[in-house]
Design a protein around this ligand. Structure first.
Ligand code: NAD
Length: 495
């Protein structure tokens, strides 16, 4: 099978760099290599940043409403190519077509958000801050901004970044995940078709060397990063040390609380969706069910039964399974290894997804839905982000003890509660240490108009992606204080 092209996009030219090492892009459903991502060097990074720097003055001077018009056309083209995009997304990532639909749709909503830029950029003003003196604020772009993205949302995460950055008047260099570069390329081809001037958005592919060159390039002003916590911390530290503004989203370990009064069907469904949606490869995955009081007798039997019924298989065809493969064979092995470590440290494997085989696709990277019961804090599986279809179950006598344990987690992305009690929900919302809270919602990922609001080791920086904070991140504020003299009263031009 011919492999798909994976070119850089620099200064408006699509070019595959010659003579550089490459890394394979798989179809996780079949194990086939479908493309090779070039591992670009500092030289390619420099070309991309220089192209973005050269395009910046004219793009900054383009009125916000004209920048928004490019994004409106982009949105229409995304809609026209929706089916093609979701199939490509599924092909390189492995998530189901329904999950790819969500991935692309969420990305499109970010474009819709950025289309409102003329209103979003408006400043404030106050007359008579002192007698005859007025004051106002305006927001101006930063210059060349960079986006570095993970593998798990090939469409959505790049779109968290550049529509807002470009709408604000910045130019951009995107470094997509080397594991899933193809959807990012296709989406940017649509933006090019929408009329984005050359050099305003550039793509450079690669891994660590490429990232380090971006973090230290003197012409880069700001960096948006999404990925695992160790790399997020590295990006934040190196980027800020080199004088850049950085927002850096890391990994997570999210808790879904189930109170004894919770609706059985709805809470079991909510936990299943949170734990096994996208094969657990979500930073908002509800990877620990916190079962309180008698909920073990009501919800757990339904949860176990429904988990056993989840089918796993290839997603790149019409017949869709309940769950797709994980991203690579290496990751499949790691997830299975963590399940074994959990069992060794005392967890009970009540549903075991290890070693599943699919006769239609024997080389796919499949792990079945798995539940580890009686997990206790301190176990490896309670501490590490597994990033696979594995749900831990922890049992507590009361809400207090459960909140105390959950709040000891170093992460702080999301946490949810299923209950019929307003009092318990209010207590949970008030005390839980997480930046995004769900009440009878399993995956409380915030929508584009609100910040994607990780805390602690799930986020390094001050201003989050999405919403008004996203606009603030990609702009700098200017405050002007103004006084006008009357004729003859110190007006130097008339002396
Ligand atoms: P990753 O950290 O391995 O890679 C992310 C990016 O960093 C990629 O572009 C990669 O090329 C680059 N990178 C990898 N190693 C590097 C190194 N040593 N130095 C510099 N750059 C490096 O993450 P991943 O496996 O692609 O994605 C999964 C992770 O992302 C999970 O931890 C998940 O929780 C997290 N994530 C977080 C959010 C959020 O908003 N908090 C959203 C999605 C994913």
């Amino acid at each position: 099978m011919t492999k798909l092209a994976c070119p850089n996009f620099i200064g408006g030219e699509w070019k595959t760099p010659a003579g550089v090492a490459t890394t394979p892009v798989y179809n996780p459903s079949t194990g086939e290599v479908i493309a090779e991502t070039p591992l670009c060097t500092a030289e390619h990074v420099n070309e991309a940043v220089e192209a973005a720097a050269a395009a910046y003055p004219a793009w900054w001077e383009t009125p916000p409403v004209e920048r928004a018009r490019v994004l409106f056309r982009f949105k229409m083209l995304l809609e026209d190519s929706f089916e093609e995009l979701i199939r490509l997304n599924t092909r390189e990532h492995g998530k189901t077509l329904a999950e790819s639909r969500g991935d692309v749709k969420r990305g499109m909503e970010m474009v819709e958000f950025a289309c409102g830029i003329p209103s979003l950029l408006m400043g404030e003003s106050l007359e008579n801050v002192a007698r005859g003196i007025d004051c106002d604020t305006i927001r101006q772009p930063l210059g060349v901004c960079v986006g570095i993205t993970p593998f798990n949302f090939p469409a959505m995460v790049p779109l968290w970044m550049y529509p807002t950055a470009l709408a604000c008047g910045n130019t951009f260099v995107l470094k997509p995940s080397e594991k899933v570069p193809l959807t990012a390329i296709k989406v940017v081809q649509l933006l090019e078709k929408a009329g984005l001037p050359k050099g305003v958005l550039n793509i450079v592919h690669g891994g660590r060397d490429c990232v380090d060159a971006l973090l230290t390039h003197p012409k880069v002003k700001a960096i948006s990063f999404v990925g695992s916590t160790p790399i997020a911390r590295h990006v934040f530290e190196v980027g800020t040390k080199h004088g850049k503004r950085v927002q850096s989203n890391g990994g997570a370990k999210n808790y879904v609380f189930i109170m004894p009064d919770a609706d059985v069907e709805n809470s079991a469904r909510g936990v299943i969706e949170a734990a096994f949606g996208c094969a657990g490869e979500r930073c908002m995955a509800g990877s620990t069910a916190v079962v309180i009081g008698g909920a073990d007798k009501t919800v757990l039997p339904t949860l176990f039964e429904a988990t056993r019924a989840i089918s796993v298989g290839p997603t790149d065809r019409e017949n869709q399974p309940g769950m797709g493969p994980v991203i690579t064979n290496q990751h499949r092995q790691r997830v299975e290894e963590l399940i074994a470590i959990g069992a060794k440290e005392g967890a009970k494997v009540v549903v075991d997804g290890r070693g599943v085989k699919n006769s239609d696709s024997p080389n796919g990277f499949f792990v079945g839905a798995t539940i580890l019961d009686e997990v206790r804090s301190g176990m490896t599986v309670a501490r590490e982000e597994i990033f696979g279809p594995v749900l831990n179950v922890m049992r507590f006598d009361d809400l207090d003890a459960a909140i105390e344990t959950a709040n000891r987690s170093p992460y702080g992305n999301g946490a949810s509660i299923f209950t019929r009690s307003g009092k318990a929900a209010r207590e949970f919302k008030h005390r839980i240490k997480a930046g995004m809270v769900g009440i009878n919602i399993g995956v409380p990922a915030s929508m584009p108009w609100f910040p994607f609001n990780g805390w602690d080791e799930s986020f390094f920086g001050d201003l989050h992606m999405q919403g008004k904070e996203g606009v603030q991140f990609f702009t700098q504020q200017k405050v002007t204080t103004t006084r006008w003299f009357s004729y003859g009263e110190g007006d130097i031009w008339h002396k």
